[in-house]
Design a protein around this ligand. Sequence first.
Ligand code: T4K
Length: 420
Amino acid sequence: MDARSNDMINPPTDPASVAEAVSPLDALALFGGAPAFVEPLHVGRPNIGNRARFLEQVGEILDRRWLTNSGPVVRELEARVAELLGVRHCLAICNGTVALEIAAKVLGLSGEVIVPSFTFVATAHALEFQGITPVFCDIDPVTHNIDPGAIEALITPRTTGIVAVHTWGRPCDTQALQQIAGRHGLRLMFDAAHAFACSDRGTMIGNFGDLEVLSFHATKFLNSLEGGAIVTNDDDIARQVALMRNFGFAGYDDVVSVGTNGKMNEICAAMGLSNLEEIDAIIEVNRRNYDRYRERISEIPGLSVAEYDATERSNFQYVVVEVDAAVTGVDRDAIVCVLQAENVLARRYFYPACHNMEPYRSRMPGGDALLPQTAALVTRVMSLPNGTSVDEAAVDRIAGLLALIVANGAEATRRIAERA
Ligand code: T4K
C-alpha cells in the first residue's frame, strides 16, 4: 500500500515567538503564520493499493487488447466484491451516479421518490435526470441518515420508491425502511456510496432493499479511479441491470430493451482489484487515524466526532466533526476557513443540502423549515482528511489547530469577521 511520507508538516511555530505574539492566534496561517502543512491535505485523497499489481495488470490488459465490455478483470472484480459482501450479484458500472440512474430505471421508479436532502447531490440528480421528482425527507440528527419516522407523511399517490443513503458508511435503519416500503408497496434501494465493507446488524451492506449502489470514485474507500456497482440478491434485477448497462444488448445484434452505456473498463477494474487486495490495511490506517482524531477532539469542548458502532464492520473513511458554536464561540465555517489556510482542506459535506441546490431550491422555497434537522446539521458538520495520506502526526497537528481555534473562539470569530 502506498502511504504518504511524513515530511509534509511544517515544524510548529517557535514557542518563543508564540509567547511574544499578542495572541496565540497570530501563529495561524490565516493571521500571518506559516501554514501547518507544506502541501494541501485533502479530504478524499485517493488510496493507492497494490501499485505493482496494478501496473502489472495494465500491461496484461494492453497485451490482451480487451479493454472494456465485461472483460476478465471487470468480471474478477465483480466476483470478489460479491464474495466479500455475501451478495448474489455484483454488476460493475462506470461510476456511482450512472449506477444510481440505472438502478432507478430498472426498479421502475417514476413520479416521486423519497430521498434525504443531506447527501451528495448525485443521489437526487440521478432521479431528476430521468424525470423523477426527488421528495426530500429530513434526517435523524444523531445518525445523519434518513429519518424513517418522517417518511410516511411524504408519501402520495405518485410515490414509487425510497432511496436511502448509508451516510458516512453508517447503516440506515434498514428494518424500519423495509417495513415502510412493504406497507406502501414502494421499491426500496440504498445509495451505499460510502458504505463499502460496512455492515448492519452483522449483514454486509449490499444485501438490503431491492438493490444497493456502490461508488468506487477516486475519493472513495475502495477506488477504481471512476467506478461503481449495483449489488443485489434478485436474479431478475441483476439480469435487467446487465442489459441496461450495455445498451440493452442480449447478444450480438440483439437489443431487447432500452439501455445506456454504463460499462466499467478494464483499467478501472484493475485499480479496483489492486485496492481491494489492500482493504484490510486501508481500514487499519483509517481506523487508527479515526481513533486518534476522536481521542484528541473529544478533549475540545463543543466539538464531537460522529461515531461508528463498535459491533459493526466499518471502513472508517469519514471523520465527521460536529461543531456546537454556542460552546466553541466559533462556527463551523470559520473553523474550516482557518484550517484551509493551514493547508488542511476540510470539507463542509454536505453543504448546501440538496434542497438548497438548483433545480430543487427554486421549487422548494422555505425548505429549511420543512427539513429542520437537515438545515441545522449542514451548518455544523465538517469532514477532516483521512486515509493513507494521513498519519498520526498529521492528526495531532490538526487536532492541535482545532484546540487552538476553539480556545480562542470568540477572538477568532471577531478577527475573521473583520477580514470579510
Ligand atoms: N452518492 C453519494 C452519497 C456520494 O457521496 C457520491 C459521490 C455519489 C453518490 C456519486 O458517486 P460517483 O458518481 O462519484 O461514483 C467528491 C467526489 O467526486 C464524489 O465522488 C463524492 N461522492 C463526493 C462526496 O465527493 P467533490 O466535488 O466534493 O470533490 P472532488 O471530486 O473535487 O474531490 C475531493 C478532494 O479530493 C479534492 O479536493 C482533491 C482530492 N482528490 C480528488 C481526486 C478526484 C485527489 O487528491 N485526487 C483525485 O484524483 O465530490
